[in-house]
Ligand binder design. Sequence first.
Ligand SMILES: Nc1ncnc2c1ncn2[C@@H]1O[C@H](COP(=O)(O)OP(=O)(O)O)[C@@H](O)[C@H]1O
Ligand SMILES: CC(=O)OP(=O)(O)O
Ligand SMILES: [Mg+2]
Length: 399
Amino acid sequence: MRSSVLVLNAGSSSIKFALYAVAHVTIDAVEICRGKVTGIGTTPAFDAESGDGQGLSHRPLDPSGISDHASALAVILDFLHEAFPDQKVDAVGHRVVHGGPHHFQPLLLTEANEAELDLCAALAPLHAPHNMAGIRAAQAAFPAVPQIACFDTAFHRHHPWVSDTFALPRNYFDEGVRRYGFHGLSYEYVSQKLREIAPDVAQGRVIVGHLGAGASICGIREGRSVCSSMGFTALDGLPMGTRCGQIDPGVLLYLLGEKGMSVEEVTDLLYNKSGLLGLSGISSDMRTLEKSDDPRAREAIDYFAHRIRREIGALAAVIGGVDALVFTGGIGENSPLLREIVCQELGWLGFALDEEKNAANEIEIAAPSSVRCFAIPTNEEIVIARHTARLAGYASSAA
Ligand SMILES: Nc1ncnc2c1ncn2[C@@H]1O[C@H](COP(=O)(O)OP(=O)(O)O)[C@@H](O)[C@H]1O
Ligand SMILES: CC(=O)OP(=O)(O)O
Ligand SMILES: [Mg+2]
C-alpha cells in the first residue's frame, strides 16, 4: 500500500477533495486525483479527474441518497477505494474557514481543540458547520488517522492592530470581535507561486483578489498579509455570489428595528440573497451573468468591478503602492471581462492589460509598459496537503 494524504474542502453545498501521494523524503506532495460532490441536498453530482487532468467520473447522484455531508463523503471514499485500491490514507487535511484569533498555523485535531473550533463555527455560518461535518465524517471513516485543520484565517494573523480592529470599545476586540480575513490558503498558494514565477516582485507590494463564489482582496508586503477586505465574518468587503459585502451597519439596524425582520431573516438576506444574485435578480454565477442580455446582469458585474477597484485603491494606500496585482479564484482566473473592467480605470496606478494575453487567461496579462499583473489559478488543496504531510510526519519541501 502507498501512503497518501486526503484533502477535504467542505463548502455549504459541496465537498471538494484531492488525494496526494506523500513519502518520507523531501519531495512535494504529488496529486493523484481531485474531484467534488456538488449540489448536496438538491441535485447532487460527482466529478473526478486524475492529477494530469484526465476525466475519471462525471455522474449525477441520487438526491434521496445524498442529503448531507456524511453521505457525500461516503461517495468520495467509495470512489477512491475502487479507483485507487493501492493508496492508503495516512492523514486527512481539512480546510476550516474560521480559526478564531489564536490559530496562526494548521492544527492537529484533538478532542480538546475541536470543542474550541465548534465555538468559532457561529462566526462562519455558511462554512463552519459543514467544515465540522466534514471533519466528523472523516474521523468516522478513518478513526486512527491524524486529522489536520488548515485555517483560512491563519495567513492574516500577523496583521497590524489597525487592520484588525473595529472602532468599538476595546473590550470587544479582546473578546474576539475583530477583522480576521479569510481565503488565507489561497493567498498562501498565490504568494508561493509568485515567488516562483516573478521573484523580483513577489517580496514587494502585492495585491491579490480571490474572486470566486466568495470574494476577498488582500494587500501583501514582503510575503505577509497586511490588510484584507473580509472582516469578522466572510460577509464583509467585496460583494460575492450571494453575499452583500460591505454594508452600512445602519441598514441592519433599520431592517431589524423598523422593518421588524428577524435575525434569521436578515442573516438569510445578507448571506444567501444578496451580492451578484440580489443585484441582478438572475444568478449568482458569473458565467450566467456574462451571457445574459438583461442590463441588470451587466450592472451587477459593473458593481462588482467598482468595489474591487475601490479596494485596490485603498490597499495600495495601505501598503504604500503596488508592484503586482494578481487575480485568482473561479472568476479571477477565468473572466477576461471582469479583469478588463477592473483594470480599465487603474491606469493611474500604472496598470494596462495586454488584450490578447488577458483574453487567453495567460498567467501574466499585463502590457509591457504596465505594472505587473497576473491571473494565477489557485490551489488551496495542495497548500492543505503540504501542511498535512508536514504535521503528520511526512516531509514536504514546499510546506
Ligand atoms: N469561464 C468563466 N468565466 C467567468 N466566470 C467563471 C468561469 N468559470 C468559473 N467562473 C465563476 O467562478 C465562480 C466560482 O468560483 P470558485 O472559486 O470555483 O468558487 P468556490 O468558492 O465555490 O470554490 C462562479 O461565479 C463562476 O461563474
Ligand atoms: C471564506 C469564503 O468565503 O470561502 P468560499 O469562497 O469558499 O465561499
Ligand atoms: Mg472558494
